[in-house]
Write a protein that binds this ligand. Structure first.
Ligand code: FMN
Length: 288
């Protein structure tokens, strides 16, 4: 195996730590001559919850960001080319990895260190607020991928989202217990607004297209890794956006008409068990 192939394998390994709907990791990679292809694996999409493949592509974007970050950590200078071709919707990106590269730099290393230990939190956070500058930092991270991060700090709006998340729990019986808040309280009237709710954020895009979904995934992983580098962990409540009527309500009333793609709470870390990952062997194929 060439040095490049070895590094490409390491990057594929690292991408396994990216978040994906139900942890299904719906992506595939093809390792070529100083090149890695990235595609969605529709066979691992969620037919009922995600008929358009929106969440699938968000997960793929998070994996793509992780892959490129790891290549930079390994001293490469990857060039990511997104492939927004409506006729080939599952081919997502080509990454060229030219000879040369260099020192990854402190910032890359700091973010890379978060890849493996990052995981979704499953409960109420510690009551302390997140660091004061965090929302602005995360807004900037998301903005680099053309995605808007909105911190929902107005109690009225936050409570409305909590109520809708609770409603989605009742309306989506096929995935009982998926929402990490379900058994922990967020989404229940008596606990909305408690300090352990954390900072509620929405990622939104001006359009609702496969390119926007992929971009959201790139932004999501940027946000999650940066948040963790600043000591904050995330809980997902994106299931509420799987119900078109609720998503439309959130779009119109809480996102100024932009399309809501991901709903998260961010709070201070609680140590917790890390879930298992699919092995890298299952993710690399000749014919993908
Ligand atoms: C697009 C997307 C939507 C998600 N929606 C939810 C959700 O609604 N509720 C939830 O508990 N987790 C959700 N997750 C988190 C995944 O369940 C989680 O990433 C996966 O189980 C792997 O765990 P980890 O992130 O801790 O590595 C979502 C992840 C992605 C990428």
């Amino acid at each position: 195996m060439s040095r490049f192939e070895e590094d490409a394998r390491l990057a594929v390994e690292a991408a396994r730590w990216a978040p994906s709907p139900f942890g299904r990791r719906p992506w595939r990679f093809r390792i070529g001559d100083r090149r890695i292809g990235v595609r969605a694996d529709a066979g691992r999409a969620l037919d009922v919850a995600d008929p358009q493949g929106r969440e699938m592509l968000i997960g793929c974007g998070a994996a793509l960001h992780t892959l490129a970050l790891t290549l930079r950590h390994l001293g490469h200078a990857p060039r990511v080319r997104l492939l927004p071709d409506p006729d080939l919707p599952f081919l997502l990106a080509d990454i060229d990895v030219p000879e040369g590269g260099g020192d990854p730099g402190e910032e890359t290393e700091r973010l890379y260190e978060q890849v493996e230990p990052r995981h979704g939190d499953r409960g109420v956070f510690r009551p302390d607020p997140v660091p004061a500058g965090l929302p602005a930092t995360l807004r900037e991270e998301a903005g680099r991928e053309g995605v808007t991060l909105r911190a929902v700090t107005e109690p009225r709006d936050r409570d409305a989202l909590g109520a809708l998340a609770g409603a989605a729990d009742h309306l989506e019986p096929y995935v009982p217990g998926r929402d990490p808040a379900r058994s922990r309280g967020w989404g229940l009237p008596e606990v909305w607004g408690r300090p352990g709710t954390g900072l509620v954020v929405l990622l939104t895009t001006p359009e609702d297209s496969p390119a926007a979904w992929l971009g959201t995934g790139l932004a999501l992983q940027r946000v999650l890794l940066r948040a963790r580098a600043e000591g904050a962990s995330a809980a997902f409540h994106t299931h509420v956006l799987e119900l078109p009527e609720l998503r439309e309500l959130i779009r119109v009333r809480l996102c100024g008409g932009r399309f809501p793609q991901v709903l998260l709470r961010l709070g201070l870390l609680d140590p917790e068990q890390v879930p298992p990952r699919r092995p890298a062997d299952a993710l690399v194929q000749e014919d993908y």
